[in-house]
Ligand binder design. Sequence first.
Ligand code: MRU
Length: 349
Amino acid sequence: MIKTIEWTPDNRLRLLDQTKLPVEETYIDLDTLDAVIEAIQSLRVRGAPAIGVSAAYGMVIAADSISEKDPNGYLSRLRQLADQLVAARPTAVNLSWAVESIMKDLGKQTFNSTSEIGSFILERAKTIHADDAQRCDTMAKHGLAVIPKEARVLTHCNTGYLATAGIGTALGVIFHAHEKGRIKMVYTDETRPLLQGARLTTWECQKMGVPHTLISDNMAGALMRQGMVDLVIVGSDRIASDGAAANKIGTYSVAVLAHHHQIPFYVAAPLSTFDMDIVSGEEIPIEDRHPDEVRKVFGKCLISSPDTPCWNPAFDVTPPHLISGIITERGLLKPPLVASIADAFGGIG
Ligand code: MRU
């Protein structure tokens, strides 16, 4: 079991520093909101659900930093700090989902003291943490329905233990299918520019004993053409109510290639990744990151001249018509996605 996120007995957020993997397994303990925001922005913790869980603990740390004793003043300061946290990264909706669900629950309670508020937030954060692990397990079981025997699966970016509080989303489905003897090979896109596939997914597959082969991103088409991929499964950072799914840059290219080669393309994501306030992928905010991430490999080695102009969107959006289904904790949502997503959210208040 890989422990990515932990709340320590001395009230700190412990994270496995993913920027150091696979070379070093280093943990960092955070006790300020600035440190939590820095960890999210620099991808020490990353992956939509893991960002959401870290942000929930970030709210505990934010609450603890407020000296105001009057509950109303305390809550308005907490709102300001919550806004700073939400702004850390724009695309993964799990971040704002976790923060806003805590703020919403706070609004439903009455408190006699600010310490009661702090304890309430800690309990909520622990619930969000445990709940994400549970969602992953349920998704993994539902996902088995789309995995054939002897499956050769291609995936993009990293969506396992490192990206969630549990077994993972897309990689969780793959790990569970491996336990059931269904996986012949996992093809892992290296995932330029930050190499989450090469650095993190291969590391996780190795730890889990899952057969895997690393390819560079530009090899996926040739692999599909040679008939070596049975299906694609990826995660998502935000899914619009029509099923358009934002995920790591390069996912859209994989979806187009899969469509061309008539290979099923699945997204695995918990309901906390859906943004029911938006109706299409056009509305998903896409994070632009520093050009040096494209100019350099692993933050160090320049591969272009230092002032080469670069475009560096961290995510792209795959339109619903390229998606064969979305694996959620409520089961497999099939096309037409707009209707099955509406059904999955039916009855949720
Ligand atoms: O920039 P990152 O590494 O946070 O991007 C992560 C991804 O794109 C994942 O595929 C996504 O969060 C789905 S996760 C379980």
